[in-house]
Ligand binder design. Sequence first.
Ligand SMILES: [Zn+2]
Length: 257
Amino acid sequence: MPEGDTIRSAANRIGAALIGRDIESIETPHPRHAKDAWPDQLAGRKVRAVDVHGKHLMMRFEGGLTLHSHLRMTGAWGVYRRGKRWHRGAYRAWLVIRTADHDVVQFDGPVLELMTDGRSRFDQRLAQLGPDVLADEFDGARFLLRLHGDDRTRTLGEALLDQRNVAGIGNIWKSEGCFAAGINPWRRLRDVSDDEALAIIDAVRPRMQESVAADFPKDLQVYRRDGTRCPRCQTKIRSRGQGDDNRITYWCPRCQR
Ligand SMILES: [Zn+2]
């Protein structure tokens, strides 16, 4: 699943291709959007900005219209020079925006909707988001407030994936953050101190920022490395599904306490 860093690097590429450019065409080829009138509503408008809230991407058009996208488990963005081959089949495209130089494509949905800027400000899904892990200044106080308000018997790994606690962290950075901070993701929230919770955020922020710049996560220590040796203590890395959604967590049973 794409995490905050992946969405942000996609937003940077989309912004570079679209902001202020003349748009030649906007198409929504997926049958679910066959009856939508977006292409007509957006015709002749330029993109003003592309911004990210956790894993939500907002493409802001002139005239107060916003395209909201969330990739969930399946979706992906592609930005291509015109004439270059796409990395997924055209039949998987939900949105295709063309300029003289680029194709900007959202593949495999699954959330794509046109709304007014006003509605996007009051959208419940966005209003409920916790502080953005990639914000210029992370709002640690609000993060701790949300954690304190969460079910205190919940495991740390599960709570870190809940976008109402902190927005933008997914399975990779949950596992990597707990490892970097030396904290066991199976601990209950009631047994995790504020300093420990903040240490996880402090550990992932620079790495996620680096990932935005590089366009992929680098130097992963435990994620998908189950069965190999821990780089710190040589114990075998373990993995197990965690929480209601059974998302796999990777951790070192020895040096993560
Ligand atoms: Zn270890």
